[in-house]
Design a protein around this ligand. Structure first.
Ligand SMILES: C[S@@+](CC[C@H](N)C(=O)[O-])C[C@H]1O[C@@H](n2cnc3c(N)ncnc32)[C@H](O)[C@@H]1O
Length: 277
């Protein structure tokens, strides 16, 4: 079978299975099986697939049709122009999380000390460190997630410190300028409304934020009171219903400014607050 036919067949199978963007997905999976860039598919449409490539491609198609996210098959996701290694031990970094990083870079282009709480793959903290050169700590409760973050840091040349912690709980001696946090924020009861790719494949610890979906914010806001220096910023990513609740947590004299940033779809996606001086 040649590449053109393999692509067409893959697209048909994915379409029948109800996978969104079937053509693009077939391209990505075929490229992954070949170990080539997309341009190769269109430059060599008559090339015959080796038996081994066909076996790999077939397996990837099957996995995707069963609901496994493409990124867990190819083991990578681009974030802020860099490739991050991902497995099902970590949340797949989302494009909308780039708003959090952009906001942090604008509010604090350089930090004496920054920390990414709930780092997962390390996408946020590693990116902030690489963009600013600021000393940066990353923490996560999940040891497997920290191993992925460690791999990404080494691979991308980021000299960050990694800690296994319940958010900042074991970092009491730190005094930081910037907290970056994309906590789990899906209410526990909303499991059934998630896409199966998310619900059945991404780690529960990365998704569910207690019954209300805002419990992790409460923990981080409390920790931020002793962790942040006066004038320091906490920058949160928000879930769809998080804005009012998290704003309320920050409406105390301990916080002197708040900023909300909307994503491209118009949702309030990032909330930043400055610790009173
Ligand atoms: C929504 S994911 C965000 C991952 C990554 N920062 C990103 O934006 O792609 C939330 C992360 O918080 C971690 N987490 C959940 N509960 C935690 C806790 N109590 N302490 C520390 N990390 C926690 C999860 O393991 C997961 O990696």
């Amino acid at each position: 079978m040649d590449l053109r036919t393999a692509l067409k067949q893959g697209e048909t199978l994915l379409t029948e299975a109800g996978v969104t963007v079937p053509r693009l997905t077939a391209e990505v999976l075929l490229c992954h099986a070949l170990g080539k860039e997309k341009v190769y598919l269109y430059a060599h449409p008559e090339e015959e697939l080796s038996q081994l490539t066909w076996i790999h491609y077939g397996r990837y198609l099957h996995e995707r049709m069963e609901g496994k996210p493409t990124q867990y098959i190819t083991r990578h996701q681009e974030f802020f122009g860099r490739e991050f290694y991902v497995t099902n031990a970590v949340l797949i970094p989302r494009p909308e999380t780039e708003h959090l990083v952009e906001t942090a870079l604008r509010l604090m282009p350089k930090a004496g000390c920054a920390i990414d709480l709930g780092c997962g793959s390390g996408a946020i903290g590693i990116t902030y460190h690489l963009e600013t050169g600021s000393p940066t700590h990353l923490s996560d409760l999940s040891r497997p997630a920290l191993e992925i973050a460690r791999y990404n840091a080494a691979h991308l040349g980021a000299e960050v410190s990694l800690h296994q912690a319940d958010f900042a709980s074991s970092l009491r001696t730190q005094s930081v300028d910037l907290i970056l946090c994309n906590p789990p924020y899906v209410p526990a009861g909303d499991e059934s409304v998630l896409q199966r790719e998310i619900r059945d494949h991404e780690p529960a610890l990365a998704l569910y934020g207690g019954d209300s979906g805002v419990e992790p914010y409460r923990v981080v806001v409390e920790q931020a009171l002793w962790l942040l220096r006066p004038g320091g910023w906490v920058v949160f990513e928000l879930g769809y219903q998080g804005l009012q609740e998290v704003r309320r947590m920050l409406n105390t004299p301990a916080w002197e400014a708040q900023e909300v940033v909307h994503d491209l779809a118009g949702w309030p996606r990032v909330l930043a607050a400055r610790r009173s001086g």
